[in-house]
Design a protein around this ligand. Structure first.
Ligand code: HEC
Ligand code: HEC
Ligand code: HEC
Ligand code: HEC
Ligand code: HEC
Length: 384
């Protein structure tokens, strides 16, 4: 009895009750709402993300009627999540939440804490409605703000504090430096116990950046319509799908001549593994131009190859990691090409990525141009 009760309490606090629609927040936070609608957090369901949908179509859980991806991809769809909690079964239905806000405003802003887990972490959702966590910004970090007006000069001057719609709690440490992102983003294992994706976070004393400063930088525009501010935290979430070039400054590439040969360095200034999602393939393209000809060297790959019995295998079958050449947090990769430079020559470096590695794309039947073309992040030229 006690056990069922704690299980129930844990289940409800992991998944939470109903979430107020993001349309309500839009009234007072229109700029943030519009950015959010462009973000992958608004497009993470099978109805808006073709790549996710294609993988799901091939996934064995589909035959079993268990869309367990909901935990991270559509946690705002309470009906689906509760059905999965009840009997392990549940499939996405085409509805407004799946279409517009699978990871809604109120889901993120009600994350009270993170529960660490072996297969994946989980979010602990606060049960208080209209009570949202936020990051302190020159505010007292223990502060909880309810809407109030103060008047002075016999009522001639009014000052409004807080939101007339909700309470704001700045005391939640999980919001500091983006710890709240790790309920979904830290790691994920498949049913064989193989870690198929991990962000592999490292800390460094030199880096002042965190998930929020890099992926939600301050951009122009007020954060709400009542109390004006010059800037707000970008809710489009910079990433491979959304304005990736804005993050390119955290990857440095360089070419040098060492003992007559071409040496290239690729440095990752981010505190996590880059292009960790196992579908991705990042590459370095090298073109060498002489007066009369242009030569392309074999591209260098940065990716994870999952496998079974020594052969490449899809994420749900993988029992091992065959190869991991991704750029690790703060790594400085030195690549000796063995190519002898005969001056005068021009070396052109291009670093970029495929959202879906071409060999997986054909297997999964993904053929959209965006998913299968090479997106250049950085291009540099050197004259030797
Ligand atoms: C523990 C949380 C979690 C679970 C459970 C989960 N995912 Fe994800 N998934 C993520 C996160 C976080 C990302 C974004 C990672 C990134 O871009 O590096 C992602 C990204 C993806 C992508 C890449 C999408 C794109 O547009 O590039 C695919 C495909 C995907 N997931 C498939 C699935 C499928 C299928 C399931 C269920 C069988 C699933 N995921 C379950 C967290 C999860
Ligand atoms: C009636 C207008 C109104 C509505 C509706 C509204 N908010 Fe707000 N919200 C505000 C105001 C005003 C502030 C600024 C309060 C302050 O700074 O004192 C605010 C602040 C916030 C903050 C904290 C910002 C910070 O860092 O200081 C968050 C988070 C937030 N709102 C989320 C939401 C969400 C999520 C919704 C939808 C469920 C929502 N709001 C709906 C008016 C509104
Ligand atoms: C120093 C800046 C920096 C910090 C800090 C940082 N990132 Fe990133 N992140 C990057 C860069 C650079 C990329 C890859 C390049 C791109 O998308 O243009 C990236 C990519 C990503 C992607 C997309 C990967 C893919 O292949 O789909 C996710 C998801 C992500 N980061 C999540 C996080 C989370 C969660 C945190 C905090 C734990 C975090 N990042 C902290 C710079 C940063
Ligand atoms: C993926 C999680 C996530 C989602 C989804 C999300 N937010 Fe936020 N939001 C955050 C984090 C983290 C911060 C703190 C960033 C900061 O203040 O620098 C934040 C900050 C804010 C702020 C304060 C911004 C500022 O610059 O002071 C407001 C207001 C807000 N969110 C409203 C919303 C609304 C409205 C939505 C939906 C349209 C939404 N959020 C969706 C994570 C999220
Ligand atoms: C409820 C789970 C959840 C939380 C919390 C969450 N994310 Fe995500 N995030 C996802 C999923 C799922 C995806 C992949 C969506 C897809 O591609 O279908 C994603 C995608 C992303 C991407 C990739 C965007 C792109 O263009 O490729 C970035 C960057 C990102 N998240 C950053 C963050 C940051 C920073 C936080 C914390 C402030 C955060 N996320 C919180 C689930 C979450």
């Amino acid at each position: 009895m006690y056990r069922t009760l704690t299980m129930f309490l844990l289940a409800t606090s992991l998944y939470g009750a109903n979430f107020i629609s993001s349309d309500v927040c839009r009234k007072c936070h229109p700029t943030i709402y519009n950015e959010y609608r462009d973000s992958m957090h608004s497009k993470s369901s099978i109805y808006s993300d073709d790549i996710h949908k294609s993988v799901w179509e091939h996934h064995p859980m589909k035959k079993d009627g268990k869309y367990k991806c909901a935990k991270c991809h559509t946690p705002s769809d309470t009906k689906l999540v509760n059905s999965l909690l009840k009997d392990g079964k549940g499939m996405p239905q085409d509805n407004e939440i799946e279409q517009k806000e699978p990871i809604g405003c109120t889901y993120c802003h009600r994350i009270k804490g993170i529960k660490e887990g072996k297969v994946s972490n989980s979010n602990i959702i606060s049960q208080k409605p209209k009570y949202y966590f936020a990051l302190k910004k020159g505010k007292n970090e223990n502060e909880v703000i309810k809407f109030h007006e103060t008047t002075s000069f016999f009522g001639l001057s009014r000052k409004v504090t807080g939101s007339p719609f909700h309470t704001i709690d700045y005391s939640n440490k999980t919001f500091n430096s983006g710890k709240m992102c790790l309920g979904c983003h830290d790691h994920k294992q498949n049913s064989k116990g193989t870690t198929i994706c991990t962000i592999d976070l490292k800390s460094s004393k030199e880096s002042k950046e965190n998930c929020i400063t890099c992926h939600m930088p301050q951009v122009q525009g007020s954060f709400n319509t009542i109390i004006k501010s010059k800037t707000h935290a970008y809710h489009g979430f910079l990433g491979v799908h959304n304005n990736p070039k804005a993050l390119a400054k955290y990857i440095k590439i360089d070419a040098k001549k060492v003992d007559g040969k071409l040496q290239i360095t690729v440095k990752n200034l981010a505190n996590h593994k880059l292009f960790a999602q196992p579908l991705r393939l990042a590459q370095l393209h090298i073109t060498i131009q002489s007066k009369d000809k242009s030569t392309k060297l074999k591209p260098f790959d940065f990716s994870t190859v999952l496998g079974k019995d020594g052969k490449a295998a899809p994420a749900w079958l993988a029992t091992e990691i065959l190869k991991d050449t991704t750029l690790k947090a703060f790594e400085n990769r030195v690549i000796d090409t063995n190519y002898t430079i005969k001056s005068p020559q021009k070396v052109i470096l291009e670093f970029g990525y495929y959202k879906v590695a071409p060999k997986f794309a054909s297997k999964l039947g993904i053929n959209s141009k965006d998913a299968t073309t090479f997106h250049t992040l950085i291009k540099k030229e050197y004259n030797f």
